[in-house]
Design a protein around this ligand. Structure first.
Ligand SMILES: Cc1cc2nc3c(=O)[nH]c(=O)nc-3n(C[C@H](O)[C@H](O)[C@H](O)COP(=O)(O)OP(=O)(O)OC[C@H]3O[C@@H](n4cnc5c(N)ncnc54)[C@H](O)[C@@H]3O)c2cc1C
Length: 429
């Protein structure tokens, strides 16, 4: 530990392990430190990794990674207290390898990912927390951890949503609760065949099911159920500032969600085996901190690289891609022997070459649109009311659908308000 490392990566989540792996692969002396007892010990998420980023690192990863299921079906439901309306999209293509999405459990996945970095030559130090940065004037030259000073040419902060290191580096201030969602999640164990019956699955197929509506009580947020081999990942996310303002507990919302008639049968008889809570940075580009300075880079949640469009939450793929972009930046800096801010300034360009900054730019207005409370209560209610009217057969003469829609909207929302919201949706999504 007394040696000077080329790079110290702080945090063995997907960003840190991806970054460390590629640094070591290029022959850089790399230390990856993780405060949890083992990588993944302190980590949580909903549970679906989207896109090809893992496959790009490890072709045929599914043969060795602890993959639970591949996501064949994407479902989306609107809930009122008593009713629900669901849509499902599925295509055989999602079953083609390398898969469009896979469900994973973080405690297994993060451990596996960090072990891949370790095999490539990274020194993984678990149970060690980075307490501070080491400085030489305005240049970061290492970290302080466990009472030791650990020098390095560059430090990469992959320390997650509350990145203390990015704050100490002066690249961000504390995030506002308005820009954060709180997530709470349970892993509910059920026999494999029961999961497959309840969710209409066979073999390794899986479902990613998103819900919005009644249970969040007007608070921007939603719920999810993702299928694992022998468990379900069931959780909710809700805007932190509103939870505080309305004095509502996110775990109470989760209980309410699990009791909803459209959900209760899916989780019935399951055994709670894990409970966790975590924050998510959801304001996108608007909350992005500074990304680099002399001897220092920020990646993953620490840089607020999360895409929330209301239909899915993507953070782990952004973490991996940004970890890789940070690694490439450092590899170039090592070649030139220059770890100054100027030398590291290619990092945003590399992020732009991947999807990370492009997606955040494309959906830069989505966080504002998703703050609209009508999205979470009024519109699910309207749509479910209309569906109820359409499907109710009470022996009376039927009305045209347009008239039924007008009845549902009456005294709730004006036609023009709906048009304004639709225009805002079009601009944002
Ligand atoms: C409820 C919820 C649901 C989500 N669902 C999904 C989903 O389905 N799909 C998806 O793609 N994304 C999802 N996300 C987002 C995703 O989890 C994150 O975007 C992703 O984990 C970010 O990876 P990271 O490596 O940047 O940070 P993290 O995974 O948070 O890892 C940071 C690591 O740094 C360590 N650490 C922190 N500080 C220190 C320190 N000082 N010293 C040493 N170690 C430190 C932590 O212990 C941790 O291991 C969800 C998030 C939540 C909360």
């Amino acid at each position: 530990m007394k040696q000077k490392f080329d790079a110290i990566v702080v945090g063995a989540g997907p960003a840190g392990s991806a970054c460390g792996y590629n640094l070591a692969k290029s022959g850089l002396a790399t230390l990856l430190i993780e405060r949890g007892k083992f990588p993944g010990a302190k980590n949580m998420w909903g549970g679906v990794l989207y896109g090809p980023s893992l496959n790009q690192l490890f072709p045929q990863f599914w043969e060795e990674a602890p993959v639970e299921r591949y996501i064949l079906r994407n479902k989306f439901s609107l809930l009122t207290p008593e009713s629900s309306l669901s849509t499902e999209f599925t295509t055989k293509k999602f079953g083609d390898i390398p898969y469009n999405g896979i469900s994973l459990l973080r405690s297994k996945f993060d451990r596996w990912f960090a072990s891949k970095a370790e095999k490539e030559g990274v020194i993984v130090a678990a149970g060690l927390q980075a307490d501070d940065l080491l400085w030489d004037g305005k240049r970061v030259v290492g970290i302080k951890a466990g009472g030791d000073e650990l020098p390095a040419s560059v430090v990469i902060a992959c320390d997650g949503v509350n990145s203390a290191l990015a704050e100490k580096a002066g690249l961000r201030s504390s995030f506002s609760p308005k820009d954060m969602k709180q997530g709470v999640k349970e892993i509910i164990q059920l026999p494999r065949d029961l999961i497959e019956q309840r969710f209409n699955l066979a073999g390794e197929e899986g479902v990613a099911w998103e819900f919005i509506g009644a249970f969040t009580r007007d608070i921007p947020g939603g719920a999810f159920i993702y299928t694992n081999k022998e468990s379900l990942s069931v959780g909710i996310v809700a805007q932190l500032s509103k939870l505080a303002e309305k004095r509502i507990r996110a775990d109470d919302m989760l209980e309410e969600f699990k009791k909803h008639p459209a959900v209760a049968n899916l989780v019935a008889g399951g055994q709670l085996v894990e409970y966790s809570a975590h924050l998510i940075p959801v304001a996108g580009r608007a909350m992005m901190p500074g990304l680099y300075k002399d001897g220092f880079l920020v990646a993953g949640d620490a840089a607020a690289f999360v895409l929330a469009t209301g239909l899915a939450l993507e953070g782990a793929n952004f973490a991996i891609a940004s970890g890789l972009a940070a690694a490439e930046t450092v590899i170039r800096a090592k070649k030139s022997g220059d770890f100054s801010e100027k030398s590291l300034s290619c990092y945003p360009e590399l992020l732009r070459e991947s999807f990370v900054l492009k997606d955040l730019e494309t959906f830069k207005k989505a966080p504002h649109f998703l703050e609209n409370p009508r999205v979470y209560s009024l519109y699910p209610q309207l749509v479910c009311d209309l569906a109820e009217k359409i499907f109710t057969n009470d022996g009376k003469p039927k009305e045209r659908i347009w008239r039924l829609l007008k009845q549902s909207m009456k005294e709730r929302v004006s036609f023009w308000q709906v048009i304004r919201d639709l225009i805002q949706m079009k601009r944002s999504l």
